[in-house]
Design a protein around this ligand. Sequence first.
Ligand code: ADE
Length: 257
Amino acid sequence: MRIDVVSLFPDFVRQCAEVGVVGRAQQRKLLQVETWNPRDHAIDRHRSVDSSSYGGGPGMVMMIEPLRTTLQAMREAAPEPVHLVYLSPQGARLTQGRVEALAKLPRIGLLCGRYEGVDERLLAHEVDEELSIGDYVLSGGELAAAVIIDAVGRLQDGALNDAASAEQDSFSNGLLDCPHYAKPVQDALGSVPEVLLSGDHAAIARWRLKQSLGRTWLRRPDLLSRHGLDAVSRALLDEFRREHSLRGQPRQDDAAE
Ligand code: ADE
């Protein structure tokens, strides 16, 4: 998959995409991240990319022309059509479902705004989708682009060493992930739940699903109502809730048996 990022801070975006799983995916040629700086396409001697906002008010707006030529150069750099995403707090909220859909496309573009944003006419003509990474305001779209590159990059076939780990992630089945434990078995902070040491794969899967359901119920009940539980999950969640109330409601992280 190819991701083209249009940004006034291309070095920042490139550096984010060079580390960890996503960096490895690039080395393995599973993912190609390219950056485009609108300042390189500015037409005046100051290399201006912004101007004041018509109607007045504080802040500058990114102008049409440098972006139009940047986007044209970007689209022409490879044969695949670009699904262009504009990152802004006004966009639809990014979800794992949206990430999974974007990860299946051969090529996406990420347009990062700065200042007060981008001239609306350019957005109306060029952009396929506007996304936000949450209800807060960043000083530009670069961090949001880095989030999308990471979330989408790790889903490319072969990017994760163990493909099952993507299936186990929070949200991939509509639930939060279960707790995980590393060495040692016994520690002053507590012990690893017995069932995880049993080697009984069915019992472990059942415990993990119960913890996932319980955590989601405690921390993100909004996800549960959307998830629509089957009979087995409902029974497991009832079991979790009974155990939880018997325990006098400790923090869910302490709920390990
Ligand atoms: N740019 C500024 N704030 C943003 C947000 N919350 N999501 C995506 N892009 C942004």
